[in-house]
Write a new protein. Structure first.
Length: 296
């Protein structure tokens, strides 16, 4: 999320501007002291609030994580105090970096609070997005296949390749005589990822396998076994088990995914539009150091 880059800076800022009054009793509980400064439960909770809601749940359910965040706050304050004592906060290069960090932080906070968080989505907007982006939510054509690989190394000699192909031909002959494909795969295949599963590759869409393998696999009918297919890995025998045609997932099955994707696009568009307008309003001109020409 947008604030993640600035979380450590946020925690340091919280420590430096602790609020000692106007708190509930439990919030006033002192968790750490650093000289005459204190870190209270309220300070820690404020730091945790900068994480996204799901992360906050995990943190609040895990005392060890909360302890780690507290220690980070303590360490940051201690080291920052030493830096001040050494005059680091007065160094021009450090001050320039501080200004840059503050500007980045303020920009991120403004965009988060005033633009990002104010964009919401309801079911009507999500359904409209789903209707306009059908292609995005289509499940492509997929097949489930098995294969037997007789492997050859890229450095294999012609003689070694010939032996491997001969072995593949022998296995194919056994399949044609009625021997079980998956049993043979478990016995002779050189693919360690599928050997113990009878050569099962599970379902996969186009664009997943190497072209030569994929072209043949998708041309087969369910139950059909290919001839010998050569790829850079060696010689394959392929059995197509099952085919699923491309289809559009019903909205109700994926509405959470649709809402999330639509919301992210809406927020991205809103932030881009706001920044573009702000840049024009500020009459920004950016010059590259190479050409000296304005860049839009």
């Amino acid at each position: 999320m947008m604030l993640s880059f600035f979380r450590v800076l946020s925690i340091i800022v919280i420590v430096m501007f602790m609020t000692p009054h106007g708190l509930l009793a439990q919030d006033k509980e002192v968790l750490a002291k650093i000289g005459n400064k204190t870190i209270t439960a309220a300070d820690l909770n404020k730091a945790i609030s900068f994480y996204d809601p799901e992360q906050q749940k995990v943190i609040n359910q895990n005392p060890q994580i909360k302890e780690n965040i507290l220690w980070q706050m303590v360490r940051s304050t201690v080291v920052a105090n030493i830096a001040k004592q050494k005059g680091f906060d007065k160094k021009p290069d450090i001050r320039n970096q501080q200004e840059m960090m503050v500007n980045n932080f303020l920009a991120a906070m403004y965009l988060q609070k005033e633009i990002f968080d104010k964009i919401t989505i309801n079911d009507d907007k999500a359904r409209s997005y789903y209707k306009d982006h059908n292609e995005v939510f289509k499940t492509p054509e997929m097949i489930r296949a098995r294969h037997i690989l007789i492997k050859t190394d890229t450095s294999a000699t012609d003689e070694e390749k010939k032996k491997a192909k001969t072995k593949a031909e022998e296995v194919l002959a056994k399949i044609k005589k009625g021997e079980d494909f998956s049993k043979l795969a478990s016995e002779v295949s050189n693919d360690p990822g599928t050997k113990d599963k009878g050569g099962d590759l599970d379902f996969f869409p186009k664009g997943t396998m190497v072209p030569a393998f994929e072209e043949v696999a998708f041309s087969l009918k369910p139950g059909e076994v290919s001839g010998i297919v050569e790829t850079e890995y060696g010689y394959h025998l392929i059995k197509m088990e099952e085919k699923k045609d491309a289809h559009l997932e019903p909205y109700e099955n994926i509405k959470d995914k649709v809402k999330d994707q639509a919301l992210q696009e809406m927020r991205k568009a809103a932030v881009t539009e706001f920044i573009d307008k702000a840049m024009k309003s500020a009459r920004v001109e950016v010059y590259s150091g190479l050409t000296g020409k304005p860049k839009n």
